[in-house]
Design a binder for this molecule. Structure first.
Ligand code: DX5
Ligand code: ZN
Length: 215
């Protein structure tokens, strides 16, 4: 079953209230919030105050993707701001097991994200504790980039790791998803699709969400 997590990174920030309202009444399964600090990634997006305001009107779970250095410093703050699921990058967490325990102790779903160069076997010791693994299918920092084709092989390796151990860990991907590649990617084992520009560049974003979900 394809799940869609629209990323508002490429939405019209001058219409953010209307965007959230549209997502509330759409077939979106959650709202993906790309948090960027201009340090871990070469872009700066938005932070805690914006999340708090989105939380006050959102009717879908907030899937918060921390593309920031030292995420350990902010876990409680993102929980208080309203995150239902929190994704940290493997590359930013020297004590990842402890980080995941802290996220789960607060009642949030815990996910780890791998940059394109990071192999899935890095997750061997932690995957059993994860609700979801996010594979970056573009280099993090910007929407509207080209899908990295060798992601299919990486998705297959992750799917095998999960099924070999009969885990319930979900596979999420982020970047370059469109109407042409979403079905092959779902067949390769992806459960949750972060989609930004394909939705927000569409004539009718709400209709695009339904098309993506029902492909
Ligand atoms: C990259 C961002 C983007 C965004 C989706 O750091 O995480 O991947 O969510 O971008 P699109 O769907 O426009 O590639
Ligand atoms: Zn993201």
């Amino acid at each position: 079953m394809i799940q869609i997590a629209p990323s508002i990174l490429n939405a019209d920030f001058l219409q953010l209230g209307n965007v959230i309202e549209m997502l509330n009444s759409s077939e979106a399964d959650m709202i993906h919030l790309d948090i960027m600090d201009g340090n871990f990634v070469p872009n700066l997006s938005f932070g805690l105050p914006v999340i708090q305001q989105i939380k006050s009107v959102a009717k879908k779970d907030l899937d918060v993707h921390l593309m920031i250095s030292n995420p350990d410093l902010y876990i409680e703050e993102y929980y208080k701001a309203g995150a239902n699921s929190l994704t940290v990058h493997y590359e930013t967490c020297p004590h990842l097991h402890r980080t995941i325990q802290r996220i789960k102790a607060l009642g949030m779903k815990a996910a780890v994200c791998l940059n394109p160069h990071s192999p899935v076997n890095l997750l061997h010791e932690i995957i059993g504790d994860l609700d979801m693994v996010l594979i970056m299918t573009v280099n993090p920092g910007f929407g509207g980039q080209k899908f990295i084709e060798q992601s299919y092989e990486k998705i297959g390796k992750l799917k095998k790791m999960i099924s070999d151990r009969a885990l319930k860990t979900k596979i999420q991907i982020d970047g370059g998803v469109n109407l042409q590649n979403i079905r092959p990617l779902a067949d390769a084992g992806v459960d949750v699709f972060v989609v930004g520009s394909t939705i927000f560049a569409a004539e009718n974003p709400k209709e695009m969400i339904s098309k993506l979900k029902n492909t």
